[in-house]
Design a protein around this ligand. Structure first.
Ligand code: PKZ
Length: 141
C-alpha cells in the first residue's frame, strides 16, 4: 500500500482487492482487510515521528467487499495518553462495480509507542534479512 498524508494527523491509502486476497467466494478475506487497517493506522502513527506497535485492533465488517474493488482507507489519531495512541479508520470502495460513498468497514486501534530496541531480542529469529525501520509512505502490503 502507498500512503499520503492529508490535513491534520490523517493518512489515506489505497488497496486493490486482488484475487489472491479472496476469503469467501468472490469477496476479500477479513484478515487482509484487518491487515490493511493495521497498516493504515500504523502509518497515521508514523506522522507522530515515533515508532509504534499495535496493542489492540477491532474491526467492524459492515459490507462484503467484492474482489476487484479499489479500496480507500482513511485513518487518523484520535488521542494520546502517555504511550498510548488511539486511532480510527474507515474504508470505502472507490472503484469497481460496488463503488459508492458508503463506509464498508471501520476500525479502532490502540498503538503503543516503543523504542527501536523493542525489536532487538527478535532479530536473531528473523528468517531472512530484517527490513529495518519503515519510512512514511509505503508499507509491505
Ligand atoms: C520500530 C518500528 C516499528 C514500526 C513502526 C510503525 C511502522 C508503521 C508502518 C506500517 C504500519 C505497520 C503497522 C503494523 C504494526 C504491527 O503489526 S506491530 C505487530 C503486532 N503487535 C505486536 O507485536 C505487539 C506485541 N505486544 C507488545 O509488544 C506489548 O504488549 C506492548 C504492546 C508493547 C505493550 O507492552 P508494554 O510496553 O510493556 O506496555 P505496558 O507498560 O504494559 O502498557 C502501557 C499502557 O498500554 C496499555 N496497554 C498495553 N497493551 C494493551 C492492550 N492490548 N489493550 C489495551 N491497553 C493496553 C496498558 O494498560 C498501559 O496503559 P496505562 O497504564 O498507560 O494507562
Amino acid at each position: 500500500m502507498h500512503f499520503t498524508a492529508t490535513e491534520g494527523i490523517e493518512v489515506v491509502g489505497r488497496l486493490t482487492a486482488e484475487s489472491r486476497y479472496q476469503g469467501g467466494p468472490g469477496v476479500i478475506h477479513g484478515g487482509i482487510l484487518t491487515t490493511a487497517f493495521d497498516e493504515t493506522q500504523g502509518m497515521a502513527c508514523m506522522l507522530l515521528g515515533t515508532a509504534v506497535v499495535t496493542g489492540h485492533l477491532q474491526i467492524d465488517f459492515a459490507r462484503p467487499i467484492p474482489l476487484g474493488s479499489v479500496l480507500e482507507f482513511r485513518a487518523r489519531i484520535d488521542g494520546m495518553i502517555r504511550r498510548k495512541v488511539y486511532t480510527s479508520s474507515e474504508v470505502r470502495i472507490v472503484e469497481g462495480a460496488a463503488a459508492s460513498d458508503e463506509i464498508v468497514a471501520t476500525s479502532r486501534g490502540l498503538f503503543l509507542k516503543i523504542k527501536p530496541e523493542h525489536f532487538t531480542p527478535m532479530q536473531e529469529f528473523v528468517d531472512g534479512q530484517p527490513t529495518g525501520l519503515p519510512t512514511f509512505g509505503d508499507s509491505t502490503l
